[in-house]
Structure formats: C-alpha cells, structure tokens
Design a protein around this ligand. Structure first.
Ligand code: TIU
Length: 223
C-alpha cells in the first residue's frame, strides 16, 4: 500500500487495484458554444485544469495503472435522454440542437469529444454516460469488478455536478475514492470549495482529497 497525504487523513492507495477516472473533460463543457455555455456558464474557468489533469494522466500511464475517461453523451435519437433533462434550465440551445461544435451533448459530435490535450490512448476505457453519475446506465461497475479495481482516483468537471455525483455513486458501491483537487474545476469557485469540504468532512464521508503534488510524491517515493 502507498500512503498518500490527504484530507481528512492519509489515503491508503493499493497500487494493484487503483484506477484513474477522468470525468467529462469534453469540449461541450470547456469550450464556448457547447452545452455548458448554453446553460449560461462562464466556460473559461475550466480549461485551467487541463495541464494538471494531463500530468495526472501521465503519472497513471507511467505506472501502467488503468485509466477510465467518461463523457456525458446521448444517443443521436435522444432515446436515453429524459425530456426533463432537455427542458431543464430553459437554455438558449437544448440538448440535441446544433451549436458551434455540432449537436449538443450527442455522441460522435465534435463538441462531445474529450479535449485534444487529454485524449484517451489505446487501451484506456471510454465510458459514455447519459446521466451525471458514471454508474447510471453504463455497466461500469461490472467492468471495474472485472479489472479487480477497489480504489478510484478522480479528476474532471464539474466538481459539484458530474464529479461529485460519480464519486458518491462509487462510495456507495464500496470504492475507496480520492479526489485530486487541482485536477477538478467548477463554473462556480464557491461550489468547488464546498464540494471539497463536504467530501472530506465527517471523517471522509465520501472520500479523500489531495493535490496532485502529494500523490506524485507518494507514488514516486514508493517506486
Ligand atoms: N452543468 C454542469 O455543471 N455540469 C454538467 O452538466 N455535467 C458535468 O458536470 N459533466
């Protein structure tokens, strides 16, 4: 086991059973003209975590540990998208409508792709999810069980929506979860800060939180 300095106490990382999950680092959330923009958000904030997330990916790839990328994505016929989700927020452009990067939040469209700097490489799992959480309607739990994964390290966007939902779903399924705080971001800085606090509060009710530097140092020292 590798002991990673973290809050609320050191995270016990099992090198043989740990995977990285990068949540929804898609153009639809990070670039102007996508889904995040259509909801009225300032999307400029999110690109700032791309370098840290790339370094985190590099760390896992160097160790040969599994990497999973998720995308919030719907089928072109929107049969997996509840009408309530399409209506919600009364956006300028709705899910499935054509924006600057193709149809919003639809699989295969340019805007639905992961940003180039964080593109998946051969052998990495890419999971399309119709909801905020990564387990709903994806079959991911069975795939992780097949890989023998018990520990999940989280990064991605947005902290309080898809990252937190996925982390809570993972916590309820028995995974030991660590959020890398400088590899996640929100459109709302106060929501990111609150999410980090609520994850680590109550003795780590949802999991652990630490910056990439602490993980990198702990893994390097154990090598
Ligand atoms: N709106 C918002 O903050 N997030 C989402 O809709 N999806 C994800 O977080 N990926």
């Amino acid at each position: 086991m590798i002991s990673v300095p973290a809050r609320p106490y050191p995270y016990p990382l099992d090198p043989a059973r740990t995977a990285l999950v990068v949540i929804d680092m898609q153009r639809d959330f990070i670039e102007p003209g996508g889904f995040g923009d259509s909801l009225g958000n300032d999307v400029g904030r999110l690109a700032a975590i791309i370098p840290t997330t790339a370094a985190l990916l590099g760390l896992f790839r160097a160790q040969g540990w599994p990497v999973i990328h998720t995308r919030e994505a719907h089928r072109p016929d929107l049969s997996d998208c509840p009408p309530s989700k399409i209506r919600r927020g009364n956006p300028r452009l709705k899910i499935g409508e054509v924006g600057a990067m193709g149809r919003l939040l639809v699989t295969g469209e340019p805007g639905n792709q992961i940003v180039d700097a964080l593109a998946p490489i051969a052998g990495e799992l890419v999971v399309d999810k119709p909801g905020k959480g990564m387990f709903w309607s994806t079959g991911l739990n069975e795939r992780l069980a097949g890989l023998g994964i018990s520990h999940l390290v989280f990064a991605g966007v947005t902290t309080e929506v898809c990252v937190q939902t996925s982390m809570r779903e993972a916590n309820d399924r028995g995974y030991e979860c660590l959020l890398i705080e400088d590899a996640t971001e929100s459109y709302f800085p106060e929501f990111k800060a609150a999410t980090i606090k609520m994850i680590a509060a109550q003795g780590g009710i949802v999991g652990w939180v630490t910056p990439l530097s602490e993980l990198a140092q702990a893994v390097g020292a154990a090598a």
